[in-house]
Design a binder for this molecule. Structure first.
Ligand SMILES: [Zn+2]
Length: 430
């Protein structure tokens, strides 16, 4: 039996916390579940059997005039019901980002057409998920919602630990749906302008640890992996380049595409951190050998390390791969202030990454680029870093110097970093 999700807004309507939060944002009356008129209507309608680049449709310009003019498009799925008291992956995370965007005047209300927010999004369907996850996992999680309703909270995986509440299944479908809707937006805009907006999915629960057969490490569904398959399947984009700069290895994304030559997965992470996978010699198998690049960085690596990694590894790798779209697992837990790990990225590091990746997408794939929120557990460094990334997308100067305190940084282990970079370059013939 096929389990079709009910519309997200209906599912979310029972959630008092989300209702309250949406009301505060003035969203109550527009909490529909179809994508807004003219935004991302591609779902299910377009299949390019031959792959290759997108096809220009003459009607696109009429349907998407606002998107074509925008510099940033984003979607918000805060999963207000998916929350555990005092868990770092909490329902405070996305609202903290939205508040920072408002405070720093990075919203459509202030910026007009420069910034577009997708206000109504269709949740992912079970059929969208099964290109990444097993049907048994998806239906099992849906069934577990009865138990979660009864108990309030249940644990669905031990290593994170990963919890679920009564709304987890529906809210996770909404999170994945936002990622897919942003693929629609960016691809549609790229058909009518050389300079489409950069997209950001402000979603949770995060996704990059979720494996094909189950949840893991605070993650429920592999949002970025689902979006990658969707871009291939519905928009005919063949080659997808995924950059994962979360402090943890994106083992779920790694596993989903380990033997796939058309999806390049490049992850930087702190050596020895959760979940312990992503060794430098894990480079893919069979046809996918060479299209996975794992670069564990020594503890203490920071701004200099990451800028060098971008120039010497990420950019040349992407240039050689020639992607049709770039997707980014954007985790902010490598920030020096983050409690869960010990790298030393700063707000400025995240600005540089956002700016460089956007430029790379312009150079290689018509500007098609979508960021997906993964980790980031210090609400202040998380929200300021995302806001500064928005400024990078807009081509505006960084405000990082207002937030970053150089006095708390210590010397980076640059000799070890250089060794790791050389090893990766050697293994991948860069
Ligand atoms: Zn993480």
């Amino acid at each position: 039996m096929e389990l079709l999700p009910s519309p997200g807004a209906t599912a979310l309507a029972g959630n008092a916390a989300l209702r309250g939060w949406n009301r505060a944002r003035g969203l109550r009356s527009r909490a529909g579940f179809r994508l807004g008129a003219g935004l991302g209507g591609a779902r299910g309608r377009r299949r390019s059997p031959g792959g290759g680049g997108p096809v220009l449709c003459s009607s696109e310009a009429e349907r998407h005039p606002r998107l074509a003019a925008a510099r940033v498009v984003y979607g918000v799925a805060p999963a207000m019901g998916h929350n555990q008291e005092s868990h770092p992956e909490s329902h405070f995370r996305v609202p903290a980002i939205v508040t920072a965007l408002e405070k720093m005047e990075l919203t459509p209300k202030v910026r007009g057409d420069e910034i577009v927010e997708l206000l109504t999004v269709k949740p992912a369907s079970v059929d969208d998920l099964v290109h990444v996850h097993t049907r048994a996992y998806v239906s099992g999680l849906e069934k577990a919602m009865d138990k979660a309703s009864e108990k309030g909270i249940i644990y669905i995986e031990g290593s994170g630990p990963t919890y679920a509440t009564a709304t987890t299944f529906q809210e996770s479908l909404v999170a994945a749906g936002v990622g897919m809707a942003l693929v629609d937006s960016v691809v549609d805009a790229s058909r009518i302008t050389q300079n489409p907006p950069t997209a950001f999915a402000l979603i949770r629960p995060p996704g990059h640890h979720a494996i094909p057969k189950g949840p893991m490490g605070f993650c429920v569904f592999g949002n970025i992996a689902i979006a990658a398959r969707y871009a291939q399947r519905v928009h005919g984009l063949k080659r997808v380049f995924i950059i994962d700069f979360d402090v943890h290895h994106g083992n779920g994304t790694n596993d989903a595409f380990y033997d796939d030559p058309d999806i390049f997965f490049l992850s930087t992470h702190q050596d020895g951190s959760y979940p312990g996978t992503g060794k430098i010699n894990e480079i893919g198998v069979a046809d996918g050998e060479g299209t996975t690049l794992n670069l564990p960085l020594p503890g203490g690596s920071g701004d200099i390390a990451m800028r060098t990694v971008f120039d010497e590894v990420i950019a040349p790798c992407a240039q050689r791969f020639k992607p049709d779209i770039i997707l980014v697992s954007a985790g902010y837990d490598a920030h020096v202030l983050d409690p869960l790990a010990s790298l030393q990225f700063t707000t400025g590091t995240y600005y540089a990454l956002a700016s460089n990746i956007k430029q790379l997408a312009e150079e290689l794939c018509g500007g098609r680029c979508i960021f997906f929120l993964e980790g980031g557990y210090n609400l202040q460094s998380l929200s300021y870093s995302v806001a500064d990334s928005f400024r990078a997308f807009l081509g505006e100067p960084s405000l990082a110097s207002k937030f970053d305190d150089p006095a708390i940084l210590y010397e980076e282990p640059l000799a070890k970093v250089k060794q790791a970079i050389q090893r990766a370059k050697h293994l991948h013939s860069l």
